[in-house]
Design a protein around this ligand. Structure first.
Ligand code: ATP
Length: 292
């Protein structure tokens, strides 16, 4: 196989709790991860000469060794002594630095593609052992679907598909650094933690109302006071027919869940008129990622 194109899907967090800060500075989390049908497209092409290169339509993204695509490919190239070259074309559609794991899902696609193209014969578990070295969310991005993510993100429990619904994803124009959010999280002041176990139960029972009632992200305690636009988008969507809305990951993207597609479409049109969001999409939950 000399050429392969994969869709690398974004994720949202239906729930996000931070349990504690470890001695080494990492945070232990409990997160409900959900793949959404919003994706980057990556095209991989083998090259005869031993090179590793990438290009992208998104001018502001690095294409050197700081891009997670190059880091993931280098890791496998070195470990398996791959002497052929690889060229990657990234068509970026997932909002960048948005809390949607855009970079992590691109890296996940590299692991999946190279395993197939170079016949490495790695199981999903073996891919994930390597993927966590690139980023805590990369193993989940290989697995996809609905999952409980614990530890620093590497302990994954697959869950049944979350109840079907329509999803608006809206990113304001601000940039929020994940590092800044975690540095400013004061766990001792957090009074209410998300009910992650209750959310898992609701997903297992296929109850959308149980999921909606438990939408909660502890990182909102940091980002929302600093960036009121996040709360404004959330409230706008709830006032426009959403069952519930929440910030994803460390933000600033907000997502909203709808049980009625037409209502969601109308809300998206109204949201676009307000200019609160720089990017907004109507999408749905997905069960798989890194697909052709
Ligand atoms: P997470 O939800 O995991 O916190 P995110 O959505 O907040 O991720 P990304 O879109 O992954 O953030 O990008 C964060 C930074 O990583 C960007 O500012 C970018 O410079 C860098 N980066 C490296 N590789 C990539 C990539 N392939 N796609 C996007 N960003 C990348």
């Amino acid at each position: 196989m000399d050429r392969l194109t994969l869709k690398a899907m974004a994720k949202i967090n239906l729930g996000l709790d931070v349990v504690r800060r470890r001695e080494d500075g990492y945070h232990e989390v409990r997160m409900i991860m959900q793949t959404v049908n919003l994706y980057d497209r990556l095209t991989f092409e083998k090259k005869k000469e031993d090179t590793l290169q990438m290009e992208t339509n998104m001018k502001k993204l690095p294409t050197d060794g700081s891009n997670l695509i190059i880091r993931a490919a280098s890791l496998l190239k070195e470990e398996f002594g791959i002497r052929e070259g690889l060229a990657v074309r990234l068509e970026k559609r997932i909002p960048v630095a948005a809390g949607m794991a855009g970079g992590s899902t691109d890296a996940a696609a590299v692991f999946v593609a190279m395993n197939r193209m170079f016949g490495l014969g790695l199981t999903q578990e073996e891919l994930c052992e390597r993927a966590v070295k690139i980023g805590a969310d990369v193993p989940y991005c290989i697995q996809g679907g609905t999952a409980l993510s614990e530890g620093i993100g590497e302990k994954l429990t697959a869950l049944p598909a979350a109840p079907d619904c329509h999803v608006i994803v809206a990113k304001p124009s601000i940039h929020v650094s994940t590092k800044w959010v975690y540095q400013n999280l004061h766990l001792e002041n957090v009074k209410e933690h998300p009910d992650i176990d209750g959310m898992v139960e609701s997903i297992r029972e296929g109850e959308l109302s149980g999921v909606v009632n438990r939408l909660s992200n502890v990182l909102e305690t940091v980002t929302v006071p600093k960036y009121p636009v996040i709360a404004q988008i959330r409230e706008f969507l709830v006032n426009n027919g959403a069952l519930g809305a929440l910030m994803s990951g460390s933000g600033p993207t907000v997502f909203a869940l709808y049980d009625d597609g037409q209502k969601a479409q109308r809300a998206l049109e109204e949201l676009k008129k307000t200019k609160l969001a720089a990017q907004s999409f109507l999408t749905s939950f997905a069960e798989h990622t890194c697909i052709e």
